[in-house]
Design a protein. Structure first.
Length: 264
């Protein structure tokens, strides 16, 4: 009589709580509404821990940060798990020749400093959003930024180029903004200056960063700012999570995959 052997293969998904150290380098787009703290609160709601520091002087560019003593000291402070890099809101949206001369070199310089401090640190470029009515101050000299969509497209192109050229991830906050606006334009992501984020915009950015950093959905998080309703929070969580997790390769997000095969 032949014996039959049944091999069962299980590939369970194991999601463990994580504790990460993150440095945010940017300006007012990062510190508005204390966005990094929002990311930390989202992490805490899922049992994760995000310890963060920031260097975010108003209007700072990558060029500014490349010689800023506080930024340089923060980079060398510890072996960070992630360092987030956000340039001034207009610079990466300008002409390719301008960006090549005034943005890319300084972004790469910061990446080099991060790697010198700790080769295992993962840099994340913070793709920002187009201004609500485009960049009117640069519209006449560079027409593509005259509209929100034109400015957003240039930001997407520049930040993706920086990610790919520097072996870094990109947090697609600007695309989360676009997807949110496409789905429900009644949720105003902008402050009255049509540039900086409202509390909704900062919460959407925080949800996007949670998924970028932890590689998990923020949907069902118990954390939300008091001024945002539960329904609005859920909507923003869903937009951010799908924007990031449905297109990990597009954003060059490095994702470790662990499969466990159990033979019985």
């Amino acid at each position: 009589m032949k014996k039959l052997f049944l091999f069962l293969f299980f590939t369970p998904t194991i999601i463990l709580a994580q504790s990460l150290d993150v440095l945010f380098i940017g300006n007012s787009y990062t510190y508005a509404n204390n966005m990094p703290q929002m990311v930390s609160e989202l992490a805490f709601s899922f049992g994760d821990t995000l310890n963060f520091e920031s260097s975010t002087p108003g209007g700072a560019t990558f060029n500014t940060h490349s010689t800023n003593i506080n930024t340089l000291n923060k980079i060398s402070q510890k072996p960070w798990d992630y360092v987030v890099l956000q340039d001034q809101s207009q610079n990466p949206s300008l002409s390719p020749s301008y960006v090549s001369a005034n943005v890319y070199p300084y972004g790469s310089q910061l990446i080099d400093l991060i790697e010198i401090n700790n080769i295992c640190t993962e840099p994340i470029f913070y793709m920002t959003w187009g201004r609500k009515y485009g960049d009117q101050s640069n519209c006449s000299s560079y027409p593509p930024v005259c509209t929100y969509l034109g400015m957003q497209q240039r930001l997407k192109e520049s930040y993706l180029s920086m990610g790919m050229n520097n072996d870094a991830s990109v947090s697609p906050v600007g695309i989360s903004f676009k997807n949110s606006i496409d789905l429900d334009s009644t949720i105003d992501l902008y402050s009255p200056d049509y540039s900086h984020p409202s509390i909704y915009g900062s919460y959407l950015a925080a949800c996007t960063f949670y998924s970028t950093i932890f590689k998990k959905s923020s949907v069902s998080s118990s954390y939300k700012p008091n001024s945002i309703s539960s329904a609005e929070a859920l909507f923003l969580q869903q937009v951010a999570s799908s924007t990031v997790l449905d297109s990990l390769s597009v954003w060059n997000i490095f994702e470790a995959s662990f499969d466990i095969n159990i033979i019985k």
